[in-house]
Design a protein around this ligand. Structure first.
Ligand SMILES: [Zn+2]
Length: 406
């Protein structure tokens, strides 16, 4: 085709798939999740001249890592912070999913730390997700602070982020990201452990330990520069007659406060070998974690991100915007961990990617006050012409990872 097709969101015009995994160069870096536009210019997944993506390259490097040495580095961090005076010495944010269960459990029972767990609850808990949360604190044995949000605001912001960014999960992600640093300041616990290093997925953030002030989405310099659901704070407040205090939960801690603090953020995945499947088995054994009792729509897996009903819809929207659905994310990761061959991955993507998540769909629409028709309208509005073509009344991807294998 000679005519140039419109390309939305600053995505690369030419779609390229990694020849090692199944991911394409259309995948934005995770930092884009927090912006007020979907413009992902220059921060999509890099695929090198040899056809291999940065995430796969990172997986290769991981093979060469001296994990004993990394554990020694971890011990230095822990020894510096460990307290035995009856007070918490680190924060582990999470929902009681497999990752946070693993993190908190090894820190407490293997390394003798005293974590306080912190939870930003899902928009709509699944039953088994809630059971996992309860078991995490009860069976695992952790103190936990859960921040229960103003439901009216949560619904409004979720609806706005769908309308403006087609991102049902932004509200959740923002809240989750900013909560731990705020608790850390409040409780004076200057050590936060997240799970996987972001470089794992080829995101351009490679540091194992960072100071919070380097990360714009952890701290707030100027309220006028902050956006939620694609609108400025001022716009939201005026349009919906909302007081600032009702939006504070979604906003990061003030920059000056973080700068004065010595909060350290570490990724446990930098120090310990992190294989999702093994982390899953660990959580089953130690905190009574249960997988979803059925296959997750849009993919073939049962144990990744299962506590929020909206998560399934979130991956459907990434399929619409970037041509990348949940099966692609899952398969790419499992190919890198050598649990799948690329051939198997391609077949799974072909079979499940973009499957419409109808199981919780009506309940979600009801919850946030949006009609099914409106959502479908938005689907078409957010498709980028360089990715999608309508043939006989049906939308088809112009480029799919299985096309090459036809
Ligand atoms: Zn790859």
């Amino acid at each position: 085709m000679d005519e140039r097709l419109e390309v939305k969101y600053g995505l690369p015009e030419k779609v390229v798939f990694c020849k090692r995994c199944v991911m394409s160069n259309q995948r934005p870096a995770s930092a884009v999740e927090f912006k007020h536009t979907i413009d992902s210019k220059k921060v999509t997944l890099n695929i090198g001249k040899d056809g291999v993506c940065d995430a796969c390259r990172h997986a290769d490097e991981k093979e060469k890592i001296d994990w004993k040495k990394r554990e020694d580095e971890l011990l230095l961090v822990l020894d510096k912070h460990r307290r035995n005076d009856g007070y918490y010495d680190c924060i582990v944010p999470g929902s009681g999913g497999k990752d946070s269960a693993f993190q908190s459990h090894v820190l407490k029972y293997k390394y003798g730390m005293h974590p306080l767990t912190v939870t930003w609850p899902p928009i709509l808990y699944t039953d088994y997700g809630y059971r996992n949360f309860r078991r995490w604190v009860e069976v695992g044995g952790f103190d936990n602070i859960s921040f229960n949000q103003n439901g009216r605001i949560m619904k409004l912001l979720t609806r706005l982020s769908i309308e403006n960014l087609f991102h049902p999960f932004q509200t959740f992600m923002l809240g989750q990201k900013v909560l731990a640093p705020k608790v850390s300041l409040q409780y004076k616990i200057p050590l936060i452990f997240y799970g996987e290093n972001e470089a794992e997925y080829g995101n351009p953030i490679a540091d194992n330990a960072t100071s919070l002030r380097d990360k714009s989405y952890f701290s707030m310099k100027n309220l006028d520069e902050m956006y939620l659901g694609g609108l400025s704070i001022k716009e939201i407040r005026e349009r919906y007659k909302i007081e600032l205090v009702d939006l504070t939960a979604y906003l990061p801690a003030p920059f000056e406060e973080l700068e004065k603090s010595n909060i350290e953020v570490h990724y446990l995945g930098y120090y310990l070998k992190w294989t999702p499947q093994e982390v899953y088995y660990y959580a089953v054994e130690n905190t009574g974690f249960e997988a979803r009792p059925f296959r997750t729509q849009g993919t073939y897996s049962k144990y990744n991100s299962i506590d929020d009903k909206i998560d399934d819809l979130h991956y459907y929207t990434t399929f619409i915007k970037f041509g990348i659905g949940r099966a692609t994310y899952d398969a790419a990761q499992e190919i890198r961990n050598r649990h799948l061959t690329r051939e198997e991955g391609v077949a799974l993507v072909k079979r499940f990617d973009g499957e419409f998540p109808d199981k919780y769909f009506d309940e979600i629409m009801d919850h946030i006050g949006m009609t099914r028709d409106r959502f479908m309208e938005l689907c078409d509005q957010f498709r980028s012409p360089h990715l999608w073509v309508k043939e006989d009344g049906e939308w088809k991807l112009r480029h799919a990872v299985w096309h090459g294998d036809k």
